[in-house]
Design a protein around this ligand. Structure first.
Ligand code: OGA
Ligand code: MN
Length: 248
């Protein structure tokens, strides 16, 4: 129907924690880059940070690699969790992953000191599957996604403590050759290079304190811990020999 596309963009609901370079980018990535503020209760946040603190405190913050994507960080891969934390992680799994997706069993925990930041990068498809879901603890931060081919196309996510973000490939119907139609059952599902893939067509970064703005709003950075669940890389079997390295 003529004009319906423009109408749809005009009425696009944009929540207060996502900004984008254009309505078209916001619309395209609406399901591929999602933020759920207040996903954790204050008690759940304390459960996670209280459990992580003693393990993180044993490690030193790392800075100096000139080519490293992350500065001012310490990290761990955690497989064993208290029952209370397991219940939280199961909620993340239910909210962010489809029943058919297998998760990497160690959960990636990244502790950024107040001056710490993550430079733009695209996660390696060798080590990280199609979907990642991250809980943010302690400090707010801004995650920016920039199209790798079209730097004018970007999205910013405001990540408050207790929020969950989910980066995933476009939903299945977006692969369909017929708009709105069901995918053909035997058609291979492309995992990357899809229009609007927040995971592979866009780099992501966490802004350093000096640059930490969400539009005009200053988002002062303190220490931030993220707890990141990842789906299994394509072709890697659960419990298989190939163990992933510490980070994506
Ligand atoms: C990473 C990464 C994001 C976050 O470790 O590759 O992008 O939320 N982390 O900490
Ligand atoms: Mn990453």
């Amino acid at each position: 129907m003529a004009g319906s596309g423009r109408l749809a963009l005009g009425t696009l609901h944009v929540p207060g924690w996502v900004r984008g370079s254009s309505p078209a980018v916001l619309s395209r990535l609406r399901d591929a880059a999602v933020v759920r503020p207040g996903f954790l209760s204050a008690a759940e946040e304390e459960t996670l940070s209280g459990e992580l603190e003693p393990e993180l405190r044993r490690r030193r913050y790392e800075y100096d690699h000139w080519d490293a994507a992350i500065h001012g960080f310490r990290e761990t891969e955690k497989s064993r969790w208290s029952e209370a934390s397991r219940a939280i992680l199961q909620r993340v799994q239910a909210a962010a992953f489809s029943p058919g997706q297998t998760l990497l069993s160690p959960v990636h925990v990244l502790d950024l000191e107040p001056r710490g930041y993550i430079k733009p990068h695209v996660d390696s498809i060798k080590f990280c599957g199609a979907t990642i879901a991250g809980l943010s603890l302690l400090s707010p931060s801004v995650m920016r996604l920039v199209h790798t081919q079209e730097p004018g196309e970007w999205l910013e996510l405001l990540l408050e403590p207790g929020s969950l973000y989910i980066l995933s490939p476009p939903s299945r119907h977006e692969h369909s050759p017929v708009a709105g139609g069901p995918p053909h059952p035997t058609q291979p599902q492309p995992v990357f290079s899809c229009r609007g893939s927040a995971r592979y067509d866009f780099s992501h970064e966490i802004l350093r304190d000096e640059e930490s703005f969400f539009g005009a709003r200053r988002v002062p950075r303190g220490r931030r811990i993220s707890v990141i669940c990842r789906s299994l890389p394509e072709g890697m079997r659960p419990g298989g020999l190939g163990q992933p390295p510490p980070a994506c």
